[in-house]
Write a protein that binds this ligand. Sequence first.
Ligand SMILES: NC(=O)c1ccc[n+]([C@@H]2O[C@H](COP(=O)([O-])OP(=O)(O)OC[C@H]3O[C@@H](n4cnc5c(N)ncnc54)[C@H](OP(=O)(O)O)[C@@H]3O)[C@@H](O)[C@H]2O)c1
Length: 330
Amino acid sequence: MAETYRALVVDKAGEGTEVALIERSADELPAGEVTIRVAYSSVNYKDGLATLAKGGVVRKWPLVPGIDLAGTVAASRDPRFAEGDEVLVTGYDLGVAHDGGFAELARVPGDWVVKRPDGLSLRECMAFGTAGFTAALALDALDRHGVTPAAGPAIVTGATGGVGSIAVSMLSGLGFEVAASTGKAGEHDYLRSLGASRILSRDEVSAETRPLDAAMWAAAVDQVGGSTLPWLMARMTYRGAIASTGLTGGPAFKATVLPFLLRSVAILGIDSVFCPMAERLVLWQRMADDLKPPHLTDMIAAETGLDGVKDVLASILKGGVRGRTVVRIA
Ligand SMILES: NC(=O)c1ccc[n+]([C@@H]2O[C@H](COP(=O)([O-])OP(=O)(O)OC[C@H]3O[C@@H](n4cnc5c(N)ncnc54)[C@H](OP(=O)(O)O)[C@@H]3O)[C@@H](O)[C@H]2O)c1
């Protein structure tokens, strides 16, 4: 008889969805060359969206959500991986169109698999997860654009979230003077402990703005979009750059081209899902080295088990989660 494993499954139920922790047979694992015994996963905003009937991310029902996983190879038909290898997977179709990380077993195409970088434990890999990888992509894009700490201060919006917390910590570690904007009045000390030297309110950075205002920021990592992106555009210094990573404040924005034409401001689009593998491997190794935040596991990451995921998913959709939540599976 095939092995059984526990999995969190989301399915359509009437107009809404139902999320349940169930026992499955290994026969039900999806196609793929690499079978992984999952040790840790993590909760991202996109996982919250995956529990909604109209969240816009799920392309297969029923689905095991979880866009991140880290664990040990249980079996492999891909010569690049062998039983016992410690690996991680983030992005691609994982947790949206292919069963994901909120399960004790997963099976994925070999092309999605990254070997655990030296210097990171499996738990640390998931303390980063997609959020940390996205923050790393944002910093790499800013760096390639030529924005250095000498150019001026950086700002991170949605700063207490997963991408935000890690971006604050990474920017500070690289020597930037960092400002953080948050809607959580009670988390200013948390942001200061991650390296922010100035805190702005979410209301301030989402207020209506004129097209250009006093230039303040050389770099920005923006989780919010919506009315916050034009607010940032109006306040970037000459040749400043905004890494646009998220849309918690909405996908649409209304702005003018003046920041582009008069200050050479750049908006750098950041996608973590289909980032090419060669770039992934380099960045994950950097995340184990110069981009590793000093407080990754003690301050930024909390932990839950598979049975606690449902509550965290509900909370992350309301902007209620601080930092990252690692899901202990094994
Ligand atoms: N481009 C990519 O590949 C990629 C990868 C990962 C994530 N993302 C996107 O990046 C964003 C952040 O993801 P995450 O996993 O870090 O989520 P998260 O942990 O939930 O963080 C999002 C943060 O945004 C702020 N926020 C929440 N609701 C808001 C609202 N209505 N208006 C303004 N700010 C709000 C909150 O921070 P404060 O309370 O501190 O303001 C919240 O903690 C999401 O939009 C996600 O879809 C994109």
